[in-house]
Structure formats: structure tokens, C-alpha cells
Design a protein around this ligand. Structure first.
Ligand code: SAM
Length: 281
């Protein structure tokens, strides 16, 4: 019998440990182990990797990651009630699962991980976007992770992979696509979760590129893009006035018509604009 077969079904685990889902913690659990294995497979070859999982809950995806051959999983879970269920999984996979009880926004997991590292998570949505932005904006590139495989609300997933001209193209798309390859690899209806959320979800897989797609200073790019999309309906010469008094000249130097709106500007052109401006300290 394989390790995963020795564990009780997740519905039993939830009943036994009284893990009634808490809205405040964004708890929508995946109980179908075929599905969690499928998500784990989207993360790539895990056999040589440590996997960082945020929000394992009762451990559906954790089981998927381990059964798909992860070398080690480090799981950070805020809800103490989930710890006994996760301890059962750790017992079935000796030495392969470490669980930290705490808030992923406050814990630095790096001292617990050995590269190469992949990240996989079915996260509460608010925490997910914040962590994604942090993972995409480290001081140094390449980052600590090789890939991120993350569940989001479908609408957020679409913002991550959006292209110019799309209504959802914005800062998240630029941040994600500048230094990573991002694609939606799986779509899930609300009914895949217990309890079902109000909206559909999607898994996004991001592979870190060895270096940025186009050269630019990270802070300047981030500043320009935030300003441009903050007033996305305005022409860029107006939306970016606060960035530089000579913004029209910089836009022209980057090959961007000053009357263009942020939604139409490619990643490459935003990088050219960031290069034309003085780097921020
Ligand atoms: N991964 C499990 C699954 O797929 O069934 C649970 C997913 S549920 C959407 C999100 C999980 O993240 C919950 O277990 C919740 O307790 C946990 N969580 C919420 N906020 C967190 C935080 N700040 N740090 C770590 N875990 C958190």
C-alpha cells in the first residue's frame, strides 16, 4: 500500500478534526485527491525540489504534492485546528513534510528550504495576491523559486496573464510577465471546493526567467506602471505627469505616443520608458 492510501479520506479527516470551514481564513477546501494530484503535476518535476506550500488546510494538495514525488514539502498554515490532520500526513511520509503554524505573510521560510524550490498553493485570495506580488518583486533576480503554481479567482488569474488591449491588463500582468512566463493551466468551477466559493477559480503556473525579458530598473518600472494604470483612462502624458516634468519627451524616446493610454502599451515599451527615466533609488 502506498503512503497516500494509508491515509483516511479527507471528508473523514475534516469530520474527525472538526474542521468546519472558516470564511475569515478563506477556507474553501479541495477534497478530491485526483484533482489535487492533477494540480501538483502542473508544478512540474518535484522529485529534485523542495516545495513551499502556503495554506495546506486539511492537506489535500499536500497529499497531492507528496504522492507526485516532491522531495520535501514545507507547509505554512495559520489555522492551528489543521495541525493534527497534517501531522498524520507527515507520519505517512517520514522526513518529507514539515509544517509551520503561522501567518505566511510574516514568516520567512527560506531557512527551512533547500534549493531548487517550487511554490504551490491553494491560497485565500487576499493573501494570494499579496504573496504573488512579493514573490515577483524580490531585491535580486532570479528569485528563490523556480516556479509558482497558484490557485486564484478566475478574474485574478486573467489579470496575471492579460495582454495589451485587454480591460484587465495592468500592473499585475506587467510584474508577472516581465520576469516570468505565466499561463493559466487549469480552470475549476466553484463546485470543486468545499464549501463552494461564489466564483470560478483557475490555477496559474509561473516559471521564473533567468533574467528579465527586457532590461529596466525594477523600482522605476514598478513606479511608472503603477502611475500609468492608476489613471488608466487618461492619456499617458497626463497620467504620468507626476513621474517626470518631461514625460512627453521620455514617452517619445520610448516610442510611445503621448496620447496613448496605459492599456495599449506593451511590456517592452514600458521597459523602454523606465530606461529613459532616471532610475529611482
Ligand atoms: N490547501 C487547502 C486545500 O486546497 O484544500 C486549503 C485551501 S484554503 C483556500 C486556504 C488555506 O490557507 C486555509 O487552510 C487557511 O487556513 C490558510 N490560510 C489563510 N490565511 C493564511 C495565512 N495568512 N498564512 C497561512 N495560511 C493561511
Amino acid at each position: 500500500m502506498s503512503a497516500i492510501d494509508s491515509l483516511p479520506p479527507l471528508r473523514e479527516v475534516i469530520a474527525e478534526h472538526q474542521l468546519s470551514a472558516r470564511k475569515s481564513l478563506g477556507q474553501n477546501f479541495l477534497l478530491d485527491l485526483n484533482l489535487t494530484a492533477k494540480i501538483a503535476r502542473q508544478a512540474g518535476d518535484l522529485s529534485e525540489c523542495d516545495v513551499l506550500e502556503i495554506g495546506p488546510g486539511p492537506g489535500g494538495l499536500t497529499r497531492g504534492l507528496l504522492s507526485e514525488g516532491a522531495r520535501r514539502v514545507l507547509a505554512i498554515e495559520k489555522d492551528q485546528r489543521c495541525l493534527p490532520a497534517l501531522a498524520e500526513i507527515a507520519q505517512a511520509y517520514p522526513g518529507q513534510l514539515e509544517v509551520i503554524n503561522g501567518d505566511a505573510l510574516e514568516i520567512d521560510p527560506l531557512s527551512h528550504l533547500t534549493p531548487p524550490i517550487r511554490v504551490a498553493a491553494n491560497l485565500p485570495y487576499n493573501v494570494g495576491t499579496e504573496l504573488l506580488v512579493r514573490w515577483l518583486t524580490p531585491k535580486e533576480w532570479p528569485p528563490f523559486w523556480q516556479s509558482l503554481t497558484l490557485m486564484f479567482q478566475r478574474e485574478v488569474a486573467e489579470r496575471i496573464v492579460a495582454q495589451p488591449g485587454s480591460k484587465v491588463y495592468g500592473r499585475l500582468a506587467i510584474l508577472a510577465q516581465w520576469r516570468a512566463e505565466a499561463k493559466i493551466v487549469l480552470s475549476l468551477p466553484p463546485g470543486a471546493f468545499t464549501p463552494p466559493p461564489k466564483v470560478s477559480s483557475a490555477v496559474v503556473h509561473l516559471n521564473a526567467l533567468p533574467e528579465p525579458r527586457f532590461p529596466a530598473d525594477a523600482k522605476t518600472l514598478s513606479h511608472v506602471v503603477a502611475a500609468a494604470f492608476n489613471q488608466r483612462r487618461k492619456m499617458l502624458r497626463a497620467a504620468l505627469k507626476s513621474v517626470s516634468p518631461d514625460i512627453e519627451d521620455h514617452l517619445k524616446a520610448a516610442g510611445i505616443p503621448p496620447t496613448e493610454r496605459a492599456e495599449q502599451v506593451s511590456l517592452e515599451a514600458f521597459c523602454a520608458l523606465a530606461r529613459s527615466l532616471k532610475p529611482l533609488d
